[in-house]
Design a protein around this ligand. Sequence first.
Ligand code: TTP
Ligand code: CA
Length: 362
Amino acid sequence: MERVIIHVDMDYFYAAIEEREDPSLKGKAVVVCMYSNRGESGGAVSTSNYIAREAGIRSAMPCKLARSKDPDAVFLPVRKPFYEDVSANVMEILRSNADSEEAFEKISIDEAFLDITESCKGDYETAKEIGLRIKEEVKEKERITCSVGIGPNKLIAKMASSFRKPDGITVIGPEDAEGFLKPMPVKKLWGIGKVTEDKLSEMGISTVEELAAFDVMELISTFGKNKGMWLKQAASGIDDSPVKERTATDQIGRMASLKHDSRNENMIFSLLEELMDDVMEKVRTRKVSFRSVTVTVIFSNFKTSTKSRTLNHAVNDRDILSQNAREMMSQFLEESEINFRRIGVRVDNLHENTGQKSLFDF
Ligand code: TTP
Ligand code: CA
């Protein structure tokens, strides 16, 4: 049976929760701000409701700028622990609508994938009913709205959910997938970032249709084997990745703030070394090896960006971790001009060490 996947994305999540909590906000522009320790003037917008978006207010914009765009908007500070509680309730509703406990994957505080292949027996009409039922259940129990995308894989489902927002539902059957993607600009393809978008643009590729038609060997020579093949497949609407929850036990990571926002290499790399020491200590205590390394940077405007590498085989080697993490961190420094606020390093794809001795044991 062909898979049927649902992606659910909560609408203007933090601001929607604030609206729910205070009915007097109804009809007003609401902006949720992450104020920094430097006070109100230093903050950035976390999110805003759709009324505020009409005034041009966007996530990650400085709060000061947002205020100038709509002086009548209501500005509220982020209450992350509270939103996390609401998120946990929503995720329980979503999980209970997936084929099984395992057929569920939370990908952020307000987004998740559900595999519903068995529940709908591969039928898209039934899938749409399930999608509508989920929307109703979330609205009834949590009094906020979400947008739902349904498709033959995660990529299509994810892109379908953002097609009609807020409170939308979009169903893209396998036969519609190509037509759905074709006219989109490549930057809309889930997984394509600014750097890739710019490179593709230099190659004369601006739509998904152009990318799908592009010579795969040429893509590979520019982007490397994995990424080149992925680009070709994604543009053709192909995505075989399973819906699978990433549990905390699958990864070991550490994150910390710099003393102050900075692009100073000494400061960044020495913090990175400390974080890697902590990660390696846990790797050794848990007697595991890892096959991938991820570096995360949270910039001074609160944007988060990650880079990952998959190694040829599982290792528990400090030098290999260090080499990969440092290279990715250098790329971050090259690519952006914004100061770094927090950095993190994580290893995942963990394997238990067999009896064989590792380099560490010698
Ligand atoms: P999103 O799903 O990107 O945005 P949203 O739910 O606010 O709006 P949409 O209707 O377009 O889906 O992000 C989910 C939450 O994550 C958002 O409510 C606030 C938080 N967030 C930040 O704190 N900073 C950011 O830059 C972004 C994009 C989101
Ligand atoms: Ca959302």
